[in-house]
Ligand binder design. Structure first.
Ligand SMILES: NC(=O)c1ccc[n+]([C@@H]2O[C@H](COP(=O)([O-])OP(=O)(O)OC[C@H]3O[C@@H](n4cnc5c(N)ncnc54)[C@H](OP(=O)(O)O)[C@@H]3O)[C@@H](O)[C@H]2O)c1
Length: 248
C-alpha cells in the first residue's frame, strides 16, 4: 500500500492528539515527531539518548508547536516496573494515547548466522522486537481510551523477505510484522484501534549509512519525504486502514 495520490493532510489533522514516538531523537523518529507536532499533536519523545531528546524538545517548543514530553528509556532494558511507570505517567498527564509510532531499532552486524555474537543477537531482538511488544502490551489500555487510536510498526524490506547476513535485524522485523498482523486480527472487532506496518524504504539516516557506508547519502530521500505518509497514518484520514503494510 502507498499514500493516496496527491494526499495533503490538513494542518490541524492531529490537533489535540497524544502520540508516542520511540527512537524519537534521531533519523526518521525525529522527523516524525516534528511532523506530528506541526500537525497539532502533543508528542511523547521516547529514546535512550537524553541530550538528543532535549534538543528535539527545545526545537519543537522554539517552533511554537505543542509542548512535547520526554520519556528517557532504553528499549533494550525494559522491565515491568519501567513499563508500568511509563503507562502511569502518560495516564496521569494525558489520560489516553491516540497513537504510537514504533520506530526505535538497531541494525546489528551483517554477517553469517554462525559467526553472530550471541549478546548482540539478543540485544537487537530486545530493542527491535521484545521491547516493542512489551511497550505495546502495557500501553494498549491507554489506546483503548482514545476514540480511534493508531498503532504503527516500522518494518523494513528485510522484514517481508529476510536477506542473508542481516541476522536478527531481519528476523526481528519479520517477527514484528507477524505481531502486527496478529494484533490487527485480535483488535479488528473488539476495538477502534487500527494497526498498520510501514516500511520506510531507503532513507537518509545514520542507520542507512551504517548499512551502506559507500552509498552517497544525497542519492536517497531524507526522512522528511516520508512525513506525508506518517501523518496520514496517524490521523483520522486513515481510519479505514487496518492490517495493512505501507511502503514509503
Ligand atoms: N533508514 C532506512 O533506510 C530504513 C529502512 C528501512 C527501515 N528503517 C527503520 O526505520 C526506523 C528508524 O530508523 P532510522 O533509519 O531513523 O535509524 P536511526 O537514525 O539509527 O534512528 C534510530 C532511533 O532509534 C533509537 N534507538 C536505538 N536503540 C534504542 C534503544 N535501545 N532504546 C531507545 N531508542 C533506541 C536511536 O536512539 P539514539 O539516537 O540514542 O541511538 C534513534 O533515535 C527503524 O525501525 C529502522 O529499522 C529504516
Amino acid at each position: 500500500m502507498a499514500l493516496p495520490v496527491n494526499y495533503q493532510p490538513r494542518s490541524d489533522l492531529l490537533a489535540g492528539k497524544v502520540i508516542l514516538v520511540t527512537g524519537a531523537g534521531d533519523g526518521i523518529g525525529r522527523a516524525a515527531s516534528i511532523a506530528f507536532a506541526e500537525h497539532g499533536a502533543s508528542v511523547l519523545l521516547l529514546g535512550r539518548t537524553v541530550s538528543k531528546l532535549e534538543q528535539l524538545f527545545d526545537d519543537i517548543l522554539a517552533a511554537g508547536l505543542p509542548e512535547p514530553g520526554i520519556i528517557p528509556v532504553d528499549m533494550g532494558k525494559l522491565g515491568i516496573k519501567t513499563l508500568e511507570e511509563i503507562a502511569d505517567v502518560i495516564a496521569e498527564r494525558y489520560t489516553h494515547l491516540d497513537g504510537i509510532l514504533h520506530n526505535a531499532a538497531i541494525l546489528g552486524d551483517r554477517i553469517p548466522v554462525e559467526h553472530y555474537d550471541l549478546a548482540l543477537w539478543d540485544q537487537v531482538m530486545q530493542v527491535n522486537f521484545n521491547g516493542t511488544v512489551l511497550l505495546t502490551r502495557f500501553l494498549l489500555p491507554l489506546m483503548q481510551q482514545a476514540n480511534s487510536a493508531s498503532l504503527l510498526f516500522t518494518s523494513s524490506t528485510v522484514g517481508a523477505t529476510p536477506r542473508a547476513y542481516w541476522g536478527p535485524y531481519a528476523v526481528s522485523k519479520y517477527a514484528l510484522e507477524g505481531f502486527a498482523k496478529l494484533l490487527a486480527e485480535e483488535l479488528e472487532n473488539t476495538s477502534s484501534i487500527r494497526v498498520n506496518v510501514v516500511n520506510p524504504g531507503a532513507t537518509r539516516t545514520n542507520m542507512r549509512h551504517a548499512a551502506y557506508p559507500n552509498e552517497d547519502p544525497e542519492s536517497i530521500k531524507p526522512p522528511e519525504d516520508l512525513m506525508g505518509l506518517y501523518v496520514y497514518l496517524m490521523g483520522e484520514d486513515s481510519l479505514n486502514e487496518h492490517g495493512q503494510r505501507f511502503t514509503g
